[in-house]
Design a protein around this ligand. Structure first.
Ligand code: ADP
Ligand code: MG
Length: 679
């Protein structure tokens, strides 16, 4: 039913409602309160206690004239009556208060009680008319914008709920409602807006949460079916030569690396394709684990590939892989967006006929013309995430290859299913030995010169440093230093005579490479950069990360940036410069200066920003539940997942009883199901 059919909705209200995306009655029903006002029992006047906050229900009885004590000051009194009792409401400096009441009208008052010998007064009053005859204890508080008031929306929803019998269709089958003791949908909608009591409210919330999570779980499973793989893959045995590789490494693996490596090798022995997510903080040595897995695959006679999100990263992987595998007769190649046509043709031929064993690359890897001879292992390094689609495209270049995804973002198991489907998870929960804790400081701009002279000292002793600024150009018209302005200032001022490099997103990738080369080789001492530097860059000689306007970065981003230093033997520092005084940014600075544990930081970040936004999924609204909370409702998430599995596995959606549920899922998530992915 359309919204303008409801009593009280004229053109103006209709427009106001559309500003909060309410167009139909059902939208109105699903516009849930963000909170509730618990007004408690209304009291008899005789029972009221001096000084307490109390509720009173009665009718407007009489007005006292407004009393002025000065030009602007004064008070008004109105007497209210309930049966044979009276209470006097007092309002200060509000001569217009009389307009809010009419004699004889039924009202609700909530305020502070003052008891005198002759009468009882109430001050600091919140009042409302009782136009519906039900006396409520719990009132909904809706999220609003300036076009609407609470009382308007409350009235509209009450009015709308008169049509609930025609409008609300139960979509859960009876057997589920019974088995999980759920409130029926109509009651739930009713009670989430205007709860009878606290128990009914909780019951209603449980039902809505159940809806949200069951539907999401069903949608995830339905989307997964779109990309489901055949069962059998390639059996990859554990190669005898692995020992030689391990012996050739300049260090021994950490226990965590060994454990995860074993898990991977064991997976690949099975003909069921591996589907594993490796989580490990920045610098925990994920690349080495990937190299070992690829080595083993190659020694079994198959090909492996690894995709990185940026050219700089892909290049870096290529370099460390060729270095590590040098002397083992393994042909490693790389393709990126800047590989020349000629070079690319040679590589494509060689990968197709099997001369190349390991192919590293960026998105260029998923182009159609890249064909493998016998691809058995696909690795994605997700400093930034690839979409399911991109991953799937690479995976489809092999015949059910084993799949490994590496990420520095810790995701609780129960939540990983949304991001990565049903993957097994390995965690590298240990850093290589000898790493020194990065000292982190928060400064304001008054201490900048001191920070810069500290940086100079570090450079003079042979180290290199990063300065990161949030923007490329002044175009945002914020009082932020653009990189270019900053670099001129640095060159002419603080760092005169030092060699400074500039790196930002608008440069061509050739130019970027050149600068990165300069920094890696040490000819550039100070690298001024935007966040392009954020992803995985490895220059062990760098010892200071200075971040300008640090409040502009999220926690995880700050952690990634900080992870660019402290990668070698040198004591390293991170300086966060921020003048922001907001609670949020102070909180972030506090977390950054108190821990370097990426898992703790990511968890805080997820809590501060919410799951959806943390993963950059905000625009989809997928993880923006109205009632459920992915952190707090883990148990319900698991339970509904099991229910969803059962529904899908037993093909219940084809049953008449489940028809409405299937429709509901498709309605809500048709896009995600269709493209087979949630990210
Ligand atoms: P990330 O997990 O962030 O991808 P990398 O794989 O880039 O980390 O490793 C970071 C650095 O640690 C590299 O320079 C690598 O050579 C080094 N490294 C990896 N494993 C070990 C180890 N077991 N002992 C010492 N250094 C290691
Ligand atoms: Mg890495």
């Amino acid at each position: 039913m359309e919204i303008n059919k409801i009593k009280g909705v004229g053109e103006k209200t209709e427009k106001a409602l559309s500003s909060i995306n309410i167009y139909a009655l059902n939208d109105l029903f699903n516009y849930f309160p963000r909170d509730y006002e618990f007004r408690g029992e209304s009291k008899r006047v005789a029972e009221m206690i001096n000084g307490e906050m109390a509720s009173f229900i009665g009718e407007v009885y009489a007005f006292h004239p407004y009393k002025k004590y000065s030009k602007f000051k004064g008070y008004g009194k109105i007497v209210f009556k309930s049966e044979d009792e009276y209470i006097t409401g007092v309002w200060f400096n509000q001569p217009y208060i009389y307009k809010s009441f009419k004699v004889g009208e039924k009202v609700f008052l909530y305020g502070k009680v003052e008891i005198y010998n002759s009468h009882v007064e109430m001050k600091e009053i919140q009042h409302s008319k009782l136009d519906d005859n039900t006396l409520r204890k719990i009132y909904p508080i809706y999220p609003l914008n300036k076009n609407l008031t609470q009382s308007t929306l409350r009235k509209l929803i009450l009015e709308g709920l008169k049509y609930k019998h025609e409008e609300i269709i139960e979509f859960l089958p009876n057997e589920i409602l019974k088995k999980y003791n759920l409130m029926d949908l109509m009651n739930a909608i009713d009670n989430i807006h205007f709860p009878k009591d606290k128990d009914s409210l909780n019951f209603a919330k449980e039902r809505i949460k159940f809806n949200e999570l069951l539907i999401l779980n069903l949608a995830v499973l339905m989307a997964k079916e779109e990309f489901s793989r055949d069962e059998l893959g390639t059996t990859v045995l554990i190669s005898k030569e692995l020992v030689n590789l391990k012996n050739s490494l300049p260090f021994s693996l950490t226990n965590a690396q060994s454990k995860v490596t074993r898990e991977i090798l064991t997976d690949m022995k099975s003909s069921t394709p591996m589907n594993r997510l490796v989580q490990g903080d920045v610098g925990s040595g994920k690349t080495m684990v990937a190299i070992i897995a690829m080595f083993n695959v190659v020694k079994n006679g198959y090909q492996a590939t690894m995709m990185a999100p940026t050219e700089i990263l892909a290049m870096q992987h290529y370099e460390s892989i060729t270095k590590t595998l040098n002397g083992f007769d393994i042909n490693v190649q790389i393709i990126t967006g800047s590989t020349t046509k000629k070079q690319k043709k040679i590589i494509l031929d060689a990968i197709k006929n099997g001369e190349i064993d390991i192919l590293i690359g960026t998105h260029a890897l998923i182009e159609d013309n890249v064909e493998f001879k016998n691809l058995a292992l696909v690795i994605t390094d997700e400093q930034h995430r690839f979409g399911v689609r991109q991953r799937a495209k690479l995976v489809n270049k092999g015949k059910n290859p084993h799949v490994l995804v590496m990420t520095a973002t810790p995701i609780p198991r129960t939540l990983a299913i949304f991001m990565y489907g049903d993957m097994d998870i390995s965690i590298i929960d240990e850093l290589p030995p000898g790493r020194q804790e990065i000292e982190t400081y928060h400064i304001d701009s008054s201490k900048k010169e001191r920070a810069f002279s500290f940086i100079k000292k570090q450079i003079n002793s042979g180290r290199q440093c990063y300065i990161v600024c949030p923007l490329v150009e002044e175009s945002e018209k914020l009082s932020l230093k653009s990189v270019e302005e900053m670099i001129t200032e640095l060159e002419n001022n603080y760092f005169k005579g030092y060699s400074i490099g500039l790196l930002h997103g608008k440069m061509k990738s050739k130019e970027k490479d050149l600068v990165m080369e300069g920094f890696k080789s040490g000819s550039i001492q100070l690298l001024v950069s935007t966040t392009v530097i954020e992803v995985g860059v490895n220059v062990p000689n760098a010892s200071v990360m200075y971040i300008e306007n640090a409040e502009r970065f999220g926690l995880s981003q700050l952690h990634q940036l900080r992870g660019r230093v402290g990668r070698g033997e040198y004591k390293s520092y991170c300086i966060l410069s921020s003048d922001s005084k907001t609670k949020e940014s102070r909180e972030r600075m506090k977390i950054m200066t108190s821990t370097t544990d990426g898992f703790i930081i990511a968890e805080k970040d997820m809590q501060l920003r919410g799951f959806g936004e943390f993963f950059g999924l905000r625009q989809h609204g997928i993880f923006q539940f109205k009632v459920a909370n992915l952190f707090k409702d883990i148990e319900l998430l698991k339970q509904t997942r099991e229910i969803a599995k059962d529904i899908i596995n037993s093909c219940k959606l084809e049953l008449e009883e489940y028809k409405e549920l299937g429709l509901e899922v498709r309605l809500k998530y048709f896009e995600e199901i269709d493209k087979g992915s949630f990210n």
